[in-house]
Design a protein around this ligand. Structure first.
Ligand code: FAD
Length: 406
C-alpha cells in the first residue's frame, strides 16, 4: 500500500496537532506510580477526551465506535501523540490494543456492540488472564478449568502476571474446557467480568518497585456463555489473533518513544563530551538505524492488519527486535549516565520531560537519570512479557523460516 501522506492525511495531522496543543496543557499532573485508582482515573479521562474529540480507535470500525480511518492515519496519530508527549494508553493497554481488536475480528455483533464502545470511551478497562504458574511459554498446558452449567461457565484456577487486574472491569481469560490433556484443542477464550464473586487478586512487586501485575485466583466464578469469544474449545485459534495484535501492533508507539529517547541520549552525550568517543557514536548510529528499520516493520504490520484483519505471524519478528533493542538502549543510557545511573528513587519518580535529573540535555527533550534507570530496569521484563525472546525465535524458526522443530 502507499504509505506517503496525502493532502487529507496531512489535514488530519494538522487538526490533531492543533487539538493536542490546546488540550494537553489542561491535563492534571500524572498520578503517583502506585496509586492505581488515580492512574485509572487519569488514563480513562484521557481516553474519554480522545473519544469526545473523535480520536479514539482511529483504526477501529465505525460500528464499534471507532474512526474507521486508514492505517496511515493510525501511524500519523501515533507520531503526533509522541511528538506532543501526550499520555499513552496506560491501564487501557489490553482493551485498546489486543482484547478490543480480538473482539473486532472474532466477536459476535452483540459482543462488538456491548464491549467495544466502552473501551473506546474509557468507561471499561481490561486485563489479560493467559499465563498460569505452570503455563507461561507453554501456554497450551494451562489448567484453569471451566465447567458448563446451563447458560454459564463455572471457572476455577489460578492466573499469574495479570497486569492491571486491580483496576480492570473485564479480563480476556483462557480456560480449559476440553479434557485435561487436550492442550491446544481444549481451550476457550472468555470475557470474565472482574466484579464476580470468587475472584481474588494479590499484587506482586517487580524489581522496578511496581505492583503492575499479580496473581489472580478464581474459585467457582460464574461467566455467562454469551461472553465466550469463538466456539468452545476453539480458543487457541482466537488466542493466536490476540497474540498477533499484542506482538505485532500493540507496541508500535514504543518505536517512536525509543527514537525520542535515543535523540535525548545523543544530546546528553554531546553535552558531557562522550560524543567524542567513536564507540559511542557507533552505538547511537546503529541503534538509530535499527529503530528506522523497526518503524518500517511497524508500518508494514499496521498496514497488514488493515488489509487482512490481523497483523499475522510477523508480529513475532517485531516483538523480538523491539524488546531486545529497548534493552540495548537502556544499556547505552546506563553507560552514558555513569555514576548517576546509581541514583534512582531520590529524584522525582517520573521526571519525563522535566529537568530534575542529574543529567540535562538542553536543545532536545531532557533525559533524566530516573528515565535512564527506568528504561534499563524495565528492559529486563520486555524480553519476557508477551512471550519470551526464546519463544519468538522458535516461532520465527519453525513458522516463518520453516525449520524443523527443535
Ligand atoms: C511485565 C510483564 C507483564 C506481563 N503481563 C501479563 C498479563 O497481563 N497477562 C498474562 O497472562 N501474562 C503476563 N505476563 C506473563 C508472560 O507472558 C510470561 O511471563 C511469559 O510468557 C513467560 O512465561 P513464564 O514466566 O512462565 O516463563 P517460563 O515459560 O517458565 O520460561 C522460563 C525460561 O525458559 C525458556 N523457555 C521456555 N520454554 C522454552 C522453549 N520451548 N524453548 C526455548 N526456551 C524456552 C523461556 O524463554 C524463559 O527464558 C507478563 C510478564 C511480564 C514480564
Amino acid at each position: 500500500m502507499d504509505l506517503r501522506y496525502s493532502e487529507s492525511e496531512e489535514a488530519f495531522r494538522a487538526g490533531l496537532r492543533a487539538w493536542l496543543a490546546e488540550v494537553l496543557p489542561t491535563l492534571p499532573p500524572k498520578p503517583a506510580p502506585l496509586d492505581w485508582p488515580a492512574r485509572r482515573a487519569f488514563d480513562t479521562t484521557w481516553q474519554r477526551m480522545l473519544f469526545d474529540a473523535g480520536y479514539a480507535g482511529i483504526d477501529w470500525p465505525v460500528e464499534g465506535g471507532g474512526r474507521g480511518a486508514s492505517p496511515v492515519e493510525q501511524l500519523i496519530y501515533l507520531e503526533e501523540l509522541e511528538r506532543a508527549h501526550a499520555p499513552y494508553v496506560g491501564v487501557n493497554f489490553v482493551g485498546l490494543l489486543h482484547a478490543g481488536p480480538t473482539v473486532i475480528v472474532e466477536g459476535t455483533p452483540e459482543q462488538r456492540a456491548r464491549f467495544l464502545p466502552p473501551i473506546l470511551r474509557g468507561d471499561e478497562v481490561w486485563c489479560q488472564g493467559f499465563s498460569e504458574p505452570g503455563a507461561g511459554s507453554d501456554l497450551a498446558s494451562l489448567r484453569t478449568r471451566a465447567e458448563r452449567d446451563g447458560d454459564e461457565y463455572v471457572v476455577t484456577g489460578q492466573k499469574i502476571w495479570t497486569s492491571h487486574a486491580q483496576v480492570a472491569d473485564f479480563c480476556e481469560l483462557l480456560v480449559r474446557t476440553g479434557a485435561e490433556d487436550s492442550r491446544h484443542r481444549g481451550i476457550t477464550w472468555l470475557i470474565l467480568p472482574m466484579d464476580r464473586p470468587g475472584i481474588d487478586f494479590r499484587p506482586l512487586r517487580t524489581i522496578a518497585g511496581s505492583t503492575e501485575f499479580g496473581e489472580l485466583f478464581l474459585d467457582g466464578v460464574r461467566v455467562p456463555v454469551a461472553n465466550r469469544v469463538g466456539a468452545e474449545n476453539d480458543g487457541w485459534r482466537v488466542t493466536m489473533t490476540t497474540l498477533s495484535f499484542e506482538r505485532g501492533t500493540a507496541f508500535v508507539g514504543e518505536v517512536l518513544q525509543s527514537m525520542e529517547l535515543l535523540r535525548g541520549l545523543r544530546a546528553m552525550a554531546r553535552r558531557t563530551g562522550e560524543w567524542d568517543e567513536r564507540e559511542v557514536r557507533r552505538r547511537v548510529g546503529h541503534l538509530g538505524a535499527e529503530l528506522d528499520a523497526l518503524w518500517a516493520l511497524a508500518r508494514r504490520n499496521v498496514s497488514q492488519a488493515a488489509r487482512t484483519g490481523v497483523p499475522g505471524i510477523g508480529g513475532s519478528v517485531y516483538k523480538l527486535a523491539l524488546s531486545e533493542l529497548r534493552q540495548r538502549i537502556g544499556e547505552l543510557g546506563m553507560d552514558l549516565a555513569g555514576p548517576a545511573g546509581l541514583i534512582w528513587g531520590d529524584l522525582p519518580s517520573d521526571s519525563l520531560g522535566a529537568s530534575a535529573g542529574v543529567i540535562e540535555a538542553p536543545g532536545t527533550r531532557t533525559v533524566g537519570n530516573t528515565e535512564i534507570v527506568n528504561t534499563w530496569v524495565h528492559g529486563f521484563s520486555r524480553t519476557i512479557a508477551a512471550g519470551t525472546s526464546q519463544i519468538q525465535r522458535n516461532i520465527i524458526a519453525e513458522r516463518i523460516l520453516g525449520l524443523p522443530k527443535g
